[in-house]
Design a protein around this ligand. Structure first.
Ligand SMILES: [Zn+2]
Ligand SMILES: [Zn+2]
Length: 128
């Protein structure tokens, strides 16, 4: 069974998170990819070529001990309210936005990169 090189695994990893086609660099067939559904980070992806049978467990991203700053969070929320997505500054992956809307209080936003786990929270009412 063939093996991918480190560089090829990096390409598959990027393609998966950037929502591009994951094509096997050895045989050209499609690669089935799933990410670990466990809560928390670091995340891994499981790649499996349907053509040549190459497979690998690949770490999604380097570990990062940091959070988004308030200015970044405000920018992400502003874009979100204009119907646009924001990308992780490290890996370009589309950030997930979770909105909590308590009655009589400003919205609370939790923004997380699903790939590397960098995140931040802000309570803010961008309409005001
Ligand atoms: Zn293959
Ligand atoms: Zn990221």
């Amino acid at each position: 069974m063939p093996d991918w090189t480190q560089e090829q695994e990096d390409q598959i990893n990027d393609a998966y998170w950037l929502d591009q086609e994951t094509i096997c660099p050895i045989c050209g067939a499609n690669i089935q990819v799933a990410d670990s559904q466990v809560i928390g980070f670091p995340k891994h992806i499981y790649a499996n070529c349907v053509g040549c049978g190459a497979r690998a467990t690949i770490k999604a991203a380097p570990e990062r001990n940091e959070n988004f700053g308030e200015e970044q969070l405000r920018e992400f929320v502003s874009l979100f309210h204009r119907g646009r997505t924001s990308a992780c500054p490290h890996d370009g992956t589309v950030l997930g936005v979770e909105v909590l809307r308590p009655i009589g209080a400003p919205n609370h936003y939790i923004i997380t990169c699903p790939r590397c786990g960098i995140s931040g929270q802000i309570t803010w009412d961008p309409e005001v």
